[in-house]
Design a protein around this ligand. Structure first.
Ligand code: HAM
Length: 422
């Protein structure tokens, strides 16, 4: 029997991992320009942290969490998202004492037991940001601008920003009742999934993509037209400020998110270059979450973005800017003495921060040259039996084909130079 990675999980092999590294570097760079600082939290938490924040009745909590008991019998869950953990850490470490507004970002794996398909995995990766401590609308715009700026920096084109307001504890419950009444009237025309949702969480029916649901809901009232004055004013300011920054957005009155902690602003960034799972990123405000988790009332807003989906779009749009880093130097050495010399030089180069590679398969010089070529190394240093005798090495520039022979003693000084010339 051979082992395979678990369904819905993937290995990221070296042919791909360099792209992940580039993407992560870019993300960190943009986060720092917006003055967000990194937070790393554990991969698992107490189960109730997630059920209380994301909501018992959501798909995530009701059927997608990886929950297990540890030896003490405590129920633990692999994090399906980061917002709950970040707010937990904010409360636990009293971060508001250090600064009334805390701007945090993260990159890492999340776990949801969903049906795997293109762009939907069971272990996937998100980058995201949370700004905790202010309820002013310009913070919403700061976070949206950050999300948009990240895609811009990554060279992702044609993203669509959709926004909505999901109201608050004052205006949402009466709207939910009204929505339920309207949906009950057209119940027979709704898809089976939406009929089920109607009983559990009527708001989620709104963002159904099925055509029968869309046509059944053509006349359904939208929450944005039934917001309380405070939510309405907040929403208006967010839209005004987005426009002032020339950030293009579409209003989507049916945008509701799959997590219950949201209040006021909700947004998503989509790409038509993704398949059915077209959401690159999603986020919104969660002004009641800290309190719900036992902290002092602390408003916040954030977003998270799927890295696998970002990779899919980048692949499709061919937007990777930089190539994979290749070794700068390959030592093609023949015989023990040459190999020993090459090992020593390679080590010295590496100490100076220059990447060097050699052969560990006792291949012929010709085969080693082929390997250097395959690895797209810029310079090969050839030390055959003759070279060892004369204590000279041949250096070949694989790009120009130029070759020269230098004494062993000169090799190091040459490469310092080559490296700075690059
Ligand atoms: P979410 O909409 O559940 O929000 O996830 C954000 C993004 O993660 C999605 O738009 C998608 O790109 C990616 N994603 C989600 N599930 C999967 C999956 N199974 N496979 C691949 N990618 C996936 C949240 O997680 C919130 N914590 C966002 C947030 C932060 N709200 C406020 N702050």
């Amino acid at each position: 029997m051979t082992y395979k990675s678990i369904k819905g999980t993937r290995d990221i092999l070296p042919s791909e991992s360099w792209k992940w590294q580039r993407v992560e570097e870019k993300i960190r760079g943009v986060m720092h320009t917006f003055n967000f600082r990194e937070i790393r939290t554990p991969l698992f938490e107490e189960t109730s942290l997630f059920s209380r924040s994301i909501g018992e009745l959501t798909d995530i909590v009701s059927k997608e969490m990886y929950t297990f008991r540890d030896l003490s019998g405590e129920s633990l869950t692999l994090r399906p998202e980061m917002t709950a953990s970040v707010v937990r850490a904010h409360i636990q470490h009293n971060l508001r004492e250090q600064s009334p507004l805390v701007k945090l970002y993260y990159i890492g794996p999340m776990f949801r037991q969903e049906r795997p398909q293109a762009g939907r995995l069971r272990q996937f990766h998100q980058f995201g940001a949370e700004a905790i401590g202010s309820q002013i609308p310009s913070l919403d715009v700061e976070v949206v601008a950050l999300a948009v700026a990240t895609y811009e920096a990554l060279g992702v084109k044609k993203t669509i920003l959709r926004i909505n307001s999901v109201g608050c504890e004052k205006c949402r419950p009466p709207y939910k009742e009204m929505l339920k009444r309207h949906l009950t009237r057209v119940r027979d025309r709704l898809s089976a999934e939406s009929q089920r949702r109607l009983d559990v969480n009527p708001l989620r029916v709104l963002d159904s993509k099925s055509e029968e649901d869309q046509s059944a809901m053509a006349q359904i009232p939208l929450l944005k037209d039934h917001l309380c004055p405070e939510c309405s004013a907040h929403y208006a300011s967010v839209k005004e400020e987005l426009a002032a920054l020339e950030l293009q957005y579409e209003e989507d009155g049916r945008l509701v998110r799959g997590l219950d902690y949201y209040t006021k602003t909700a947004f998503e960034i989509l790409s038509k270059d993704l398949g059915a799972q077209d959401a690159l990123a999603g986020g919104g405000r969660y002004d009641l979450l800290a309190e719900e988790l036992g902290g002092k009332p602390t408003p916040g807003i954030g977003f998270a973005a799927g890295i696998e989906r970002l990779m899919m779009v980048s692949e499709k749009q061919k937007s990777f800017l930089d190539g994979e880093e290749k070794p700068a130097i390959f030592f093609a050495a023949l015989g023990n003495e040459a190999q020993r010399w090459a090992m020593k030089q390679a080590l010295e180069l590496r100490r100076r921060g220059i990447s060097a590679e050699l052969d560990f398969l006792s291949r012929s010089l010709k085969a080693q040259m082929r390997e250097a070529d395959r690895q797209q190394v810029r310079h090969v240093i050839i030390v055959g039996e003759n070279e060892v005798k004369t204590r000279r090495a041949t250096i070949k520039d694989m790009k120009s084909g130029e070759q020269k022979t230098v004494s062993f003693d000169e090799v190091m000084s040459l490469f310092e130079k080559t490296n700075t010339d690059k």
